[in-house]
Design a protein. Sequence first.
Length: 569
Amino acid sequence: MSIIQDKIKKDPDGLVARAHDFAKKAHQGQKRKTGEPYFNHCLKAAEYVAEWKLDDASIAAALLHDVVEDTPATIEEVKNNFGEEIAFLVDGVTKLGRIKYRGVEAQVENLRKMFLALSHDIRVVIVKLADRLHNMTTLKALPPQKQKRIAVETSELYAPLAYRLGMQKVSGELEDLAFPFIYSQEHDWLEKNVKEKYGEREKYLERVKPAIVEALKKQGIIPLFVDSRAKRYSSLYKKLLRYNMDVNNIYDLMALRIAVKNVEECYAALGVVHNLWPPLPGRIKDYIALPKPNGYRSLHTTVFCLDNKITEIQIRTPEMHNEAENGIAAHWAYTQARGSKQYINKQASFADKKELIWIGQLKTWQRDFSDPDEFMNSLKIDFFKDRIFAITPKGEVIDLPLGATPVDFAYHVHSEIGDCCSGARINGKIAPLDHRLNSGDIVEIITQKNKKPSESWLAFVKTGMAKHRIKSALKSRTSVVAKESELMELRIVAEDRIGLLKDIAAIISRSHINIIGLNTRVDKSRGGRFTAVKISCEAKNRGKAKELLIKLKRLKEIKEIDHRFSTKI
Ligand code: MN
C-alpha cells in the first residue's frame, strides 16, 4: 500500500486525506498526455514527498500543487480549506513552475527568484523536485521539441539543485532521465557498448559479497547490508569522455556498498577490506572526516579484488546512507537532542542551521552581483561543475570549484583576506598564487596590510566571487585615481577655418591626452572671423601638458592660448 493511502486510512479526516479529495475533485476529467488521469501525477509526486519523509503539509502541498495552475480552483480556496501554510507552499510551487530555463542569459532573473524561493522555504523546492521527477518519467509523451527543453532544464537546473541539497538519489535519477533526451546518440552508444558490462560486473560482485561478509564477521562486524550500485549512465558518460571512451578504465562502473553500525565500524571495515585485497594507492577517500560540500559522508576505496579485478568499495552507516540518498530531506526527520541525533516520527522540524548555510551564502551572493551575466557565469562555474575542498589552518573546509587557486580560497575565507593576499603556503610549502588547489590541501594565506588585488589575478582565478571582488576593488581604485587626477582647461582663440577643430583635437590625441569636454563659440569681439574654443582634458602629467601647449602654438591659426590646471572633475 502506498504511504499516502496508508495515511488516509489512519486519519480519514486529516490534512492528507482532505488534500487528496480536494485535488482529485479539482482535476476530475483531466487527462495527462500519457492518457492517464491527471490526478495520478499529483498522487505520484506526493508519494515521492512522503518517501522523503517530509511533513504532512508538504505532502498536502504536493497533492494540491497543480490545482491553482491547471484547474478552476483558486489560491484563496486552498487557503480557506487548508490554511496559510499550505496555501503558501502551493503558491510557491506554482510560481516555481513558471520558471523556464531556455538558455543562459535570459533566465537569470528567474533563477534568482527561484533561489529566493529556495531560501524562503526549502519544502517548496522539494515538492517541485518531486513534481519534476514524475514529469521526467513521462517525458516521452510530450512533443520532441518540448522534451529536449525540459530535459536540458532538468539537467542544468533541477539536478544540480537536488545535488546541492544533498539529495543525490533524486539528482542522479533526474540526470539519468534527462540524459537520453539530450544525448540520444551517446545514450544509444552506451546501451550498445556498456550495458553488457554492467551485467558482468553485477554477477562478479555477487561473488565478492560473501567473501567480504565472511571477513567482516571474523572481525566481529556484522554488516547491516551489502549491495551494489551501478554507476549512472549520465555520470559514466562524463567520465568516459575523460578516459578515451574505454569502459575498462572505469573502476567504479559498479561499486560495492557496505553499511555498518557506526563510524568506528566504518574504519574497522575499511581495515578488513584492505587486509583482504590491496588498495590502489591514492584511491582511498575519507568523506567521513572530510564530507563533500553537499554533506555526503562515506569511506571510498578501490582495491585489487577477486581475480585481481579493480573494484570500488564504499563503506557507511545507515544514517549516512539515508542522508546520501535524501540529503536535506533526511534532516527533516532528525533533531539534535543531548548531542545525539534522535529520530522523531512524523513531527517535522526545519533542517539544522548548518545545513542551510550554503543557502544563506547563495542569498548574499546573488545580491552582490549587479550584472546578470556575471551572476549566471559564476553560477555555472561554481554550482554546476566538480568541486574541491581545501582547508584553513584552523580546519575550516572551504568549498571551491575544480581548478581554484589560493586567491579564490582567500576570497572565500574572507573578502579582506583576498584583497590583502600576498602569498600562500600549501601544506606548509610556499606556493605561487596561481597554483591549482587539490582537495585536502591545507592552505595558509599570507596577507600584507594595505596590499591591493592585482589585475593579473583575473587571469587565473576560478570563482565568480573572487573575480567579482577583484574587479570591484580595481574599479574603485580607478575611480579614486580619476577623481584625484588633474585636469587642464584650455582657452584658445583662433582664426576660423574648416577642419580647424579636427586639427586641434588630432594634436591633443597624438600627445596621448584625453579630451574630456570641448565647446566653441564665435568670438564676436573680433568680427566673426575668430572662434573661441574651450577644451578640458586630462593632465596626469603636467610636463606632457605643457609640451602640448607648445605644439598647439605652432598651429598658425591659433592667436591666443590660455591654460589653467585644476583637480576637480
Ligand atoms: Mn505538476
